[in-house]
Design a protein around this ligand. Structure first.
Ligand SMILES: [Zn+2]
Length: 480
């Protein structure tokens, strides 16, 4: 008896054009025998049948559809589908490939109990042919659509709605005489030092709309400044939609057949200036920013998870959810900076005192991944129910039932021991952690210590802090 008892589904279908047809009950009987020999349990609720169908319902196969729907669950409730014959799975090869590829993606095998699994090199060769065919089948349709577009791009044709400054006439880019001077103005204003936002504001003030009918924003202006269509080229990504990811390696830029609006030198100067600006204003990373307050970037909004940023003036600084400031989070998380500083420091002191705190233990990648004892125990408990069912259904003898029950229970005990050991380990780690970091509290409270030094210190053991606006409390997540 195998301890790794797996769950399988059975699919039963009666074929009217098979001379050697077995009754549904006989099919179930053979499937059950096979399951027993190969360590599978077939619970009653996973026996799907399409027998006794006639007339217009013969096409529908409700049992089959239900089986596929179950297989698509995450995680799937069974690891194999058992059939009397492969021909019962689907009615033609196309259907078979289609559904097999769906359930194979979930790691589910399709096994016939009367046709042998082919072992050895030929078996794996056939496997690979099947997989290759599956894949071919799935990508064929979308591939044909993309191939058509790629060819069009390679011929220099227009594949999307026109860029501002052009119309598409007879599938070709033709200069729009009203918009062309505006495109030239964007490039020359930008190179003359006008900012992207002022350019957008001016266009909106003049009542000009984008080609999608919208208002101008910094990103729509930037999109124009970066679009090689204006030097007579076509940019297109055959793999994915990348409207504003200008660095995607799959982007194709090919010569178009349309008239440029901008000369190449101007375009290149523009790209260089854009790169300069990006460098100057790129978001600060952890190491290079000089933080003028110790909680910089550490405190998160309890509603949306965004960081709280500093607002207010020098004499009365406060933190607020950055998304709230931009109208994208519904709940204000305003808190006076001095106040939250002391809430955080007190919070750390209380956490260390009580030893009741959240510690994120970051594993180094060389160690084995931790096993999830909780879910393994839950799985074993399910197995216990399954073997009981198998015994009640007469698939297992009493002796077999007892044996597998004992094995599973033994396994649960072993897992529980692992869980307990880990609990003890965590207590030890937490105690060490407090010992190592408790001196930080005095430094954080010392008014003569620079805020940036306090910030560095805090970041050496605090991962992040969540501020709850409704209670005014914080939750501190430490890391080891
Ligand atoms: Zn928020």
């Amino acid at each position: 008896m195998n301890i790794e008892l797996k769950t399988a589904a059975a699919y039963i279908r009666v074929s009217t054009d098979d001379q050697t047809e077995l009754s549904p009950d006989s099919q179930i009987k053979l499937i059950r025998q096979f399951a027993k020999q190969h360590g599978y349990i077939v619970p009653k609720e996973f026996i799907f049948r399409d027998d006794g169908l006639s007339g217009k319902f013969a096409d529908k196969r409700p049992g089959f559809i239900q089986m596929i729907a179950n297989a698509k669950q995450d995680p799937p409730p069974f690891s194999a589908v058992l059939l009397w014959k492969f021909s019962r799975f689907a009615r033609n090869q196309e259907e078979s490939i289609f559904y097999k590829s769906i359930i194979r993606k979930k790691g589910i095998e399709v096994l016939s109990v009367s046709e042998p699994i082919i072992e050895g090199p030929f078996g794996s060769l056939i496997e690979r042919i099947i997989e290759w065919t599956d894949e071919y089948y799935c990508i064929r349709l979308s591939g044909e659509v993309k191939r058509g577009m790629t060819e069009k791009v390679e011929r220099g044709g227009a594949v999307s709605i026109p860029s501002f400054g052009y119309d598409i006439i007879d599938k070709k880019y033709v200069i729009n005489e009203d918009q062309a001077p505006l495109v030239k103005k964007i490039f020359s204003d930008f190179l003359n030092g006008k900012g992207i936002i002022p350019i957008a504001k001016e266009f909106n003030a003049m009542g000009i709309k984008t080609n999608r009918g919208g208002r101008w924003e910094n990103r729509t202006i930037e999109y124009i400044l970066r679009n090689p269509v204006y030097i007579g080229k076509i940019r297109w990504n055959p793999k994915r939609r990348t409207r504003r990811n200008y660095d995607d390696p799959d982007i194709m830029i090919v010569d178009g057949i349309h008239e440029p609006l901008i000369d190449t030198a101007t375009f290149e100067q523009t790209q260089a200036l854009l790169a300069d600006i990006k460098k100057k204003y790129r978001p600060y990373t952890h190491n290079e920013v000089k933080r003028e307050y110790m909680l910089h970037g550490l405190v998160k909004c309890s509603s949306c998870g965004a960081s709280l940023g500093i607002i207010g003036n020098r004499s009365n600084p406060a933190l607020q959810c950055v998304k709230y400031t931009h109208g994208k989070c519904g709940t204000s998380h305003y808190v006076n900076l001095k106040k939250i500083n002391s809430i955080v420091i007190d919070g750390i002191a209380i956490a260390f005192e009580s030893m009741n705190y959240d510690l994120i233990v970051k594993h180094d990648e060389s160690t084995a991944p931790e096993i999830d004892t909780e879910s393994l125990i839950a799985k074993d408990q399910l197995k216990l129910r399954r073997v009981k069912e198998a015994y009640e259904d007469g698939v297992y003898t009493l002796a077999e039932y007892k044996e597998s029950k004992e094995q599973i229970e033994e396994h649960i005990k072993a897992l529980s021991r692992v869980r307990e050991q880990r609990q003890n380990d965590i207590e030890d780690i937490k105690a060490n952690f407090v010992e190592k970091n408790k001196n930080a509290i005095a430094t954080l409270r010392d008014p003569s210590v620079d805020e940036s030094i306090k910030g560095e210190l805090l970041r050496s053991f605090v991962d992040h802090i969540v501020f709850f606006n409704n209670t005014g409390e914080v939750r501190i997540y430490f890391f080891e």
